[in-house]
Design a binder for this molecule. Structure first.
Ligand SMILES: [Zn+2]
Ligand SMILES: [Zn+2]
Length: 411
C-alpha cells in the first residue's frame, strides 16, 4: 500500500484535532464490531479450520488489513491469503502478522501438527507476491528462515521446491532498467529526498530475496553449520514474473496497459494466471487467478478499479478485492482542505478502490462471491464497506482473519 497512507496516518495522529476525530472513529468502529448480517459467516464460510468442510478447494483469509499500520481497535493483521487444494497449500502475500495466522490456520492435517512445530511448510507448493510494498512482504522471509523448524525439513524426498513468484525489477518491455519512478504528487516537483540503495532502488523479488539471504547470514550460517540444516536454497525457486511483450507496457508511461491474462504457474492442483493491475507508481503490480478442478478464486492485489482485473476475474467463483473506506480518508484530512490535501486524497483514492467500485468490478466480472480484504483502515466498521453491495448482485463477504470459504463445488 502506498507510503502516502502511512504518512497521512502519522500526520493525522500528530494533529490534535485530527487525533480526536480519529479516536472517535476508532470508538465507532469498535462499537460496530458485531458486524452486519452480510458479514456474518454462514454455511460455506466461517472463521476457523473446518468451516469450509467438504470442499477440496478452500480459500483461507490469513490476514485482512491493508497498509503498513498497526491499526487500533482491531485484531486484523496484514494482508495474506491461502488457497488450499486437498493438502497442497499456495500462499498469496505476506503482510505483518501473516506468519502467526499461518500457524493458527493449521492448513495441514492435524496429524502433521506436533509439539515440535507447526508443519505447515511441509505442504506449501507455491508463494505469490502481488507487489513489493512492505504491507505485502513483511512476513515473506519468515517462510524461509522460520520454515526450517516448521515443516521444510519434513518435506518428502522428491517433493518439488516451493515455487515463488513476484514482480521483477522496474524494466521496460525490452528488459532495460527504468530506475527513476515518478514518486511525485500531481502538480508538484519531484521530491528532493535521498534514494535508499541507489545502485538498485527498485529491486524485484529475486533481488529482494537475495538481499534477505544476505541480511540473515548469521542465522542461516549458524543453522546450517551448527544446526546441520540443509541449505534453504534447496527448498525454494524464486522467480521474477516476466511481463508478456507486445502490450506496450512501460513502468512510467503505460504501467497498466490493456493486457490479456497469462499463465504464471501450473501444477497438478492449480493453474495460476496473472494480470497487471493499477497501483501506480508501484509497478509492476499483479492480480492473480487460481483455477482448480473445483472452481476459481481471484486476488486483486492493490489496485484502483482495473479493467484488466475484470478480464482476469471473468466468471470466477470468488473475487478477493482490496478496499479503502472513503470515511477514513476524510478523517485523515479534516476540512478546510489545502491543495496538497486534495492532491493527497485523490492519490489515495486513485491507487485503491472504494467499496461501491469493488461491487461494480465484481458485477462486471460476473463473479459469484465478492470478498473484501486488504481492508483500509483495518478497523473499518462493516457499514463503511457494505456499499459494495449496491451495484453487485452476488454474495458479499467482508473478510475476517482466519475465515475460510469453499471454492466452487464440493468435492
Ligand atoms: Zn497494500
Ligand atoms: Zn500497495
Amino acid at each position: 500500500m502506498c507510503q502516502i497512507v502511512d504518512e497521512a496516518a502519522r500526520e493525522a495522529w500528530e494533529r490534535p484535532l485530527s487525533r480526536r476525530a480519529m479516536l472517535t472513529t476508532v470508538a465507532a468502529a469498535a462499537a460496530a464490531a458485531g458486524g452486519t448480517a452480510i458479514a456474518t459467516p454462514a454455511a460455506a464460510e466461517g472463521v476457523g479450520s473446518g468451516a469450509a468442510k467438504g470442499y477440496r478447494s478452500r480459500l483461507v483469509l490469513l490476514g485482512t488489513a491493508g497498509g503498513p499500520i498497526w491499526y487500533p481497535g482491531t485484531d486484523r493483521v496484514g494482508i495474506s491469503s491461502a488457497v488450499v487444494v486437498g493438502d497442497a497449500v499456495y500462499l498469496v502475500d505476506f503482510g505483518d502478522g501473516a506468519g502467526h495466522r499461518f500457524k493458527q490456520a493449521a492448513l495441514v492435517p492435524a496429524d502433521l501438527q506436533s509439539v515440535g512445530g507447526n508443519w505447515g511448510e511441509e505442504k506449501t507448493r507455491g508463494m505469490f507476491v502481488t507487489h513489493l510494498h512492505s504491507d505485502h512482504i513483511a512476513d515473506y522471509f519468515h517462510h524461509f528462515v522460520l520454515g526450517w523448524s516448521n515443516g521444510l525439513r519434513r518435506r518428502a524426498a522428491g517433493m518439488p521446491k516451493i515455487q515463488v513468484y513476484g514482480p521483477g525489477r522496474r524494466t521496460d518491455e525490452q528488459g532495460n532498467d527504468v530506475l527513476e519512478p515518478i514518486w511525485t504528487l500531481p502538480g508538484q516537483p519531484p521530491p528532493n529526498i535521498p534514494v535508499n540503495n541507489p545502485e538498485n532502488p527498485v529491486p524485484g523479488l529475486v533481488d529482494t530475496t537475495d538481499y534477505l539471504f544476505q541480511a540473515y547470514s548469521l542465522d542461516i550460517n549458524d543453522r546450517m553449520r551448527d544446526g546441520r540444516n540443509p541449505s534453504l536454497r534447496t527448498f525454494f525457486d524464486v522467480h521474477d514474473i516476466a511481463i508478456p511483450r507486445g502490450f506496450g507496457y512501460h513502468p512510467n508511461t503505460a504501467a497498466h496497459p490493456t493486457i490479456e491474462p497469462w499463465t504464471v504457474f501450473e501444477d497438478d492442483y492449480v493453474k495460476v494466471s496473472a494480470t497487471l493491475v493499477d497501483h501506480f507508481p508501484i509497478v509492476p503490480a499483479f492480480g492473480f487467478r487460481f483455477d482448480t478442478d473445483q472452481g476459481s478464486v481471484v486476488f486483486s492485489g492493490d489496485t484502483a478499479p482495473s479493467d484488466n482485473l475484470v478480464r482476469l476475474a471473468q466468471g470466477a467463483d470468488i473475487l478477493v478485492h482490496e478496499v479503502i473506506a472513503e470515511q477514513w480518508v476524510q478523517t485523515l484530512y479534516p476540512k478546510p482542505w489545502t491543495d496538497n490535501n486534495i492532491a493527497q486524497m485523490n492519490h489515495l483514492m486513485t491507487a485503491h478502490t472504494l467499496p461501491e467500485d469493488c461491487g461494480k468490478i465484481a458485477e462486471r466480472a460476473g463473479v459469484d462471491t465478492l470478498v473484501l480484504s486488504h481492508i483500509v483502515p483495518g478497523f473499518a466498521p462493516d457499514n463503511w464497506l457494505t456499499p459494495a453491495k449496491k451495484h453487485f448482485s452476488g454474495k458479499l463477504v467482508i473478510g475476517r482473519d482466519l475465515m475460510e470459504l469453499g471454492i466452487g463445488s464440493r468435492s
